[in-house]
Design a protein around this ligand. Structure first.
Ligand SMILES: NC(=O)c1ccc[n+]([C@@H]2O[C@H](COP(=O)([O-])OP(=O)(O)OC[C@H]3O[C@@H](n4cnc5c(N)ncnc54)[C@H](OP(=O)(O)O)[C@@H]3O)[C@@H](O)[C@H]2O)c1
Length: 306
């Protein structure tokens, strides 16, 4: 078993997830143009971190002598993000890393999938787009992990939310708080005669030329799954249009987990669970994520709570 250093928290893992990030890294399936960059960062000949898994919910097994925020027995959720290593029976993290006590009333399954979609949606909507009450927000991929969190958080910020998703997921996206839902297979959202203040593309299928006519003045286009080409063009397009076109990577911050916990406890954010798999069937969990059609999050159950 791993042991805790002086500043470490040793978490016994109850549940984790296979996120789209895990599946991308396992399959070396990166957005166009990011292959070399990602390989350099993650390992060229073999993975620097061979254990995938970016988020976890579990019970604190032990803490180092300098740790004051947690004690053995605490139920916590944590986000190791690109550091990964959560597909394991135990996970060691620094006390200062993104770890929080689980929200009241949450299951381990739900707590395990609060972070990946939640922190991404929170960062891009609150910090980058600075969504305000009354603004119109369009979310492409509204039924995915990031999208389902984004619908709920945009609604929480008081926005009018339009979700773009397949027809089968329309009712779910409406139930998460979307005011309107568009089936992207049946209708071109840009031909509706409507406009939005913020467009969040979690699929990587939208472009600036396509979105420009339907972005209001001061509009923001968030290309969170965009290829390198789109991101390189974004600063020039922003300067010429007066709009904000941007992408990048969401940070992994302890305070964002605290905020998601707060919003969960208000009842305004519930992570969506697609399916739960036992750890022995993690290959099936990856296969489900690889379909690109999961609804919310895929959970992996590792051990019992006690
Ligand atoms: N920049 C960052 O910091 C950051 C952080 C996290 C994730 N990401 C990226 O964000 C993306 C989304 O992640 P995720 O975990 O939310 O993925 P996900 O859960 O797999 O969701 C993707 C959603 O896209 C929809 N979809 C699939 N093909 C589509 C198409 N052709 N047109 C429109 N919608 C389509 C699917 O819904 P339907 O079945 O309803 O079509 C699915 O629910 C990934 O590329 C991931 O790498 C970026």
């Amino acid at each position: 078993m791993a042991t805790a250093g002086p500043d470490d928290v040793l978490i016994r893992v109850v549940a984790t997830s296979v996120s789209s990030g895990d599946a991308r890294i396992r399959g070396a399936n990166f957005p166009p143009g990011f292959g070399v960059l990602a390989r350099t960062f993650l390992g060229i000949t073999r993975p620097r971190q061979p254990i995938l898994g970016m988020e976890v919910a579990g019970v604190v097994e032990a803490v180092g002598q300098a740790v004051s925020r947690f004690k053995p027995g605490d139920r916590v959720f944590a986000f190791s993000g690109i550091g990964m290593g959560c597909h394991a029976e135990f996970k060691v993290m620094r006390e200062t890393a993104p770890i929080q006590l689980m929200p009241a009333g949450v299951s381990f399954e739900e707590a395990a999938v609060l972070s990946f979609g939640g922190t991404t949606a929170l960062y891009f909507l609150r910090d980058v787009a600075k969504v305000k009450g009354g603004e119109r927000v369009l979310i492409n991929g509204a039924s995915g992990s990031v999208g389902s969190a984004a619908v709920q958080l945009a609604r929480h910020f008081g926005a009018h939310v339009t979700g773009l998703c397949s027809a089968a997921n329309g009712d779910l996206v409406r139930s998460l708080g979307a005011d309107a839902v568009i089936d992207y297979r049946a209708e071109n959202f840009a031909a509706r005669g409507e406009a939005w203040d913020v467009i969040l593309d979690t699929v990587g299928s939208l472009s600036f030329p396509q979105c420009r006519p339907v972005l209001r003045p001061h509009g923001r286009l968030l290309l969170i799954a965009g290829g390198l080409g789109a991101l390189l063009k974004a600063p020039v397009q922003s300067r010429l249009s007066g709009l904000i076109i941007t992408g990048g990577t969401a940070p992994e911050r302890c305070e964002d987990l605290a905020e998601l916990k707060r919003i969960y406890e208000l009842g305004a954010f519930r992570p969506v669970i697609d399916r739960c798999f036992p750890l022995e069937r993690i290959a099936d969990a990856h296969a489900r994520v690889d379909t690109g059609r999961k609804v919310g999050n895929v959970v992996v159950l590792v051990g019992g709570p006690s």
